[in-house]
Each structure stands twice: as C-alpha cells, then as structure tokens.
Design a protein around this ligand. Structure first.
Ligand code: BG6
Length: 520
C-alpha cells in the first residue's frame, strides 16, 4: 500500500504535475458522436448533478466532439432560457468553479429544450425531429442516450411514449439507443417487476443502464481493484480469517425538502436495497473471470442469490429500525423527523435501518454482514470494515493490554482511502501492545480529487460500458432480500419512534443487533 509520504513533496503539498502514480495515464475521449436527452431537465438532479457533470466531461475532453444535449421537461423554457439555466447550474454546482466562457459557448450551441407534456405523443415526435436535426447540424449521428431524471411515477409513461413516437431502438438501426433509469427502480418487488415489464417492451437488457450512483464513486470502484489487483488480500478473504463485515452509510443530513418522497420510502428502500447491497456484493463476490460487465455482474448476482431473505418471524432478530428525534448536528439544533415538511406527524417510516445478513456459500458461511444506514447521525461516513479473527494464542502484551483484532477499513466518503489496524509493540522496556493504523488516502496519494460519480456513469453509458450499472436480476433479488423486512416493518407500527436523537449513533435496537458497531 503506498503511503502519502512517498507521494507528496517535502512541504506536504501534493505535486499534481509530477505525481509518479499518474504518469502515462490519460483520460480518454469518447469517439462516437451522440445526443443525450434529459427527461426531467428542469428538476433538482439535473441542476445539481447532471448538468455540472456534462460540463466537466466537456472540460476534461471526454465527451465526443459531435455531441448534443436536449432537455425535455414540463417547465416552459425557450432554448435560450434553458441554456442560461444550464449555465447557472454549472456556475452554482460544478466542482471546477465558474464556467469557462469559450468552452461554454461551444457547448451551449449544442443544447436545446422541448417544453413537454409527457402524455402528449406529439411532443415526443418533436423530439424525434429534433434528434434528426442534431444529426444534420452537429454530426451527432444516430446514437441516442435517453436519461430518465424525472420522478419515477412517470418512467413507464416516458418509456411508452418513446415507442409511440418511433424512438425505440428497433426503429433506429443506424445507431445505438440506450436508456439510463434513475433510482428508485420500483418501490417494492411488485412495482419493480411491473416497471421492468414496461422497460422490456421497448429496450433489451443491454440497452438499459440502471443507476446506482454509489457504483460510480472512485472509492467503490477501488474495492475490486483492492481485491483483485493484489495478491495479499484474496487468500485471507474468507470465513477462515474474517470474523465479521460491517457496512455503514451514515448521513448527517435530514430529508432536505424531500419529505414527501422519503416518508413513503424510508432508509431500507432509499439506501439499503440499492447502495448498501451493491457495496456488499463487491466485498463478497468471487473473482470474476474477466473485467467484462457481465462477468462482474454475474458474480454480484451470485452473492445476492446466496443471501437468504429473513423469514417474517426472524425479522426483528435480524434487523433494527429507527426514526430521529430533534437533536443537535454540528452544534446546531435540528428538528425531529415527524416535524419535517411533508412528513406525517405520526409517521412510521424509518430514517435508520440496520440488518444482519448471512451469505450462504462456501466462502462466507457463518460470517455476519452487518449493514446500516441512517439520516441525522453523528457523522457523515460511508465505509466497509472487515474485522479479522482474534489471534489464536496470546504471546505478547502486559496483562492489562487488549489485543485488538485486525481491521481493514475501506473508506468510501468523506475520507477516501484504506486503512489497516494492526498491533505493535509500544517502544520501551515493557511488552505493551497497542493497536496502530496504516493509512492510505486517495487525495494525497494520487494528488487529485475524485470526480463525482455521475461524470463516470454518464461517460460509461455513452461508451456502452454497463459494468457500473445494476442489472435487472440483481435489482429483483435485492428487492426479494429486503421485502420481508419491509412488510413486517410496515405492518407493525414502531411505538418507540422517535427512538434516536439527531446527532447520535442511532437507536439502541441497533446496538442490540450488533454491539460491535464501529463508532461513527
Ligand atoms: C440517495 C438517497 O440515493 O443517496 C439520498 O436518495 C441520500 O437520501 C443519498 O442522501 C446519499 O448519497 P451520497 O452520495 O451523499 O452518500
């Protein structure tokens, strides 16, 4: 593991231009011309994430030279107004700071907008016409990426209208047509299956890119690199050496104006069914035979198949739920969940969910996987902690010393890195043993900041690389795993809610599920 000291200058500043770890590595421009259509382009996701991502992909010279962007949404804009709006989005939310005018001028002329009613097929026909014009005007070819960034309730309608207007892949033999579907993919197993039925009528699986933005995070991509680009971890990555695995996705934020959505979702649907289970699959999967998207996704699916969904009578033993009360976050008082806008005053929705999962296969039998996610917790932290077995026989340490277990921590955010906890002798005449940490940090290590997940994911979808997108069989199985918990939690009201203070470590029931949680 490289340490930051080998990668920084004497003054501790990262030397971006001379960093030996990045020598010979260039970002690759996508060669195929294409147009991306953002359904829901007047919404929050487009504003905060998608438009800034497009701008930065252009800035980094990754977008194809012949590129076009069409916004398609309800809000009324002229092309000019929409371009101004896009510019504001970049200025406000882009990681690269204020817009560079010359670059923007080139990008802006490739941006247009259609004010649309999703029920009106003629608006989709107008889109088809516009796509043909883009081909003439910008040489954008016949490659089309449709991005569903609307509320999920209109996904089926848009997919049907794509077909009604003759925009389905089958009618576009001269190029590729792909669709990115934002999460959530369904709100339960039945609705996910119903949505998939609609998707399948128009797109085949290789044309569908289901987003889980966690998979686009650099640190999440590095889980596979850590495991399969090294030889030292894989031999011990089994039940013979690993005692337990903990996966945490904790937030300090509350529902941030999304009370209406969140009160019908909850932490299990919002985070565990997708982001957290995807992390678990990357940790637990077998080495794929190749780096091909399906080779990797096959292995992830096998992990999900090996997880036995809990029986209804096991749910309370295998899970913990919580809802935040008023409290203090970073020194500021924050209100209780039930008093947030658009949240029911007697809400039974969990803002914290924890599960104990078992993977019933040769590698993992008997190793508990504890997963947790919650809002308004003590600290924002996403990490995976692998705890190894206790030493079999004690030789060192004074009587009062505890010989801690080795822990490998994959730090996903906000710290990005990998740390290993191991025991060392304290210098001196006595034989004291203390646990110490070896730390690798991406930022100082490679001298660059990780790009936001959406940049990578949009570029991959244009390239046709589905590795970091979730395949239908995995989405379906992930719903099957959480459904018994969801059903029991929904049918039995938790009378202890609210049961944790904002700014705390979570509910006591989570501690009962796993007394060994790492402090946040
Ligand atoms: C989203 C959830 O998918 O992920 C949000 O809907 C959550 O509720 C967010 O806040 C967390 O993402 P990140 O990247 O900030 O960890």
């Amino acid at each position: 593991m490289a340490t930051s000291s080998t990668l920084t200058a004497g003054n501790g500043q990262a030397q971006v231009s001379v960093n030996p770890l990045r020598q010979g590595i260039s970002s690759s421009r996508i060669s195929q011309p294409s147009t991306i259509v953002f359904f829901g382009a007047s919404g929050d996701l487009f504003k905060r994430m998608l438009m800034p991502a497009i701008y930065n992909l252009r800035l980094e010279d990754i977008l194809p030279a012949n590129f076009g962007l069409i916004g398609f949404a309800r809000t009324e804009y002229t092309d000019e107004q929409f371009r101004d709006y896009c510019k504001q989005c970049v200025n406000e939310f882009s990681r690269s700071g204020p817009i560079k005018e010359s670059l923007w001028n080139d990008l802006a002329q490739r941006i247009s907008y259609i004010t649309a009613d999703f029920n009106d097929t003629s608006h989709f026909e107008a889109l088809k016409k516009r796509l043909d014009e883009y081909q003439q005007q910008f040489g954008a070819g016949q490659n089309r990426l449709f991005y569903l960034a609307t509320p999920p309730s209109v996904f089926p309608k848009i997919i049907a209208q794509i077909k009604n207007a003759g925009l389905e892949p089958a009618s576009n033999p001269g190029g590729w047509s792909r669709i990115i579907v934002e999460k959530p993919f369904g709100t339960d197993l039945a609705s996910a299956r119903a949505l998939q039925t609609e998707v399948e009528k128009v797109f085949n699986e290789s044309q569908v890119y289901r987003i889980d933005h966690y998979l686009g995070k650099e640190t999440v991509q590095d889980i596979m690199a850590l495991r399969f680009a090294n030889t030292i971890f894989e031999p011990i990555w089994t039940r013979n050496y690993i005692e337990s695995v903990q996966i945490t996705a904790a937030e300090t934020l509350g529902v941030e104006g999304r009370g209406g959505y969140y009160d019908n979702a909850g932490a299990l649907r919002d985070m565990i069914q997708n982001h957290v289970l995807n992390l678990l699959a990357l940790v637990a999967m077998e080495p794929p035979a190749s780096s091909d998207a399906d080779a990797i996704r096959n292995e992830k699916s096998k992990v999900f198949s090996a997880i036995q969904p809990p029986l209804p009578e096991e749910v309370f033993q295998m899970s913990a739920r919580g809802q935040y009360d008023a409290g203090t976050i970073e020194g500021k008082p924050v209100p209780a969940y039930r008093t947030e806008p658009d949240v029911r005053p007697d809400s039974n929705t969990e803002t914290y969910a924890a599960l104990k999962l078992q993977i019933n296969n040769w590698r993992w039998a008997g190793v508990p996987f504890y997963v947790r996610s919650g809002k308004r917790l003590a600290r924002k932290v996403s990490e995976i902690a692998i705890t190894f077995n206790a030493i079999p026989h004690r030789l060192f340490g004074e009587v009062s010393d505890t010989i801690e277990r080795n822990v490998l921590v994959i730090k996903i955010q906000p710290d990005e890195g990998i740390s290993l906890r191991f025991n060392a002798k304290v210098p001196g005449q006595k034989n004291h043993i203390r646990s110490v940490t070896m730390d690798f940090n991406y930022g100082t290590g490679f001298g660059m900041q990780s790009a936001p997940a959406y940049e990578r994911l949009i570029a991959d979808a244009i390239r046709g690389d589905a590795t970091l997108f979730t395949r239908w069989d995995a989405v379906e199985r992930a719903w099957e795993i959480v459904m018994p918990v969801l059903e029991v939690w929904q049918s039995i009201k938790d009378r202890t809610f609210p049961n944790y203070a904002a700014g705390s470590e979570g509910p006591d029931t989570a501690t009962a599920l796993n007394p060994g949680w790492r402090p946040l």
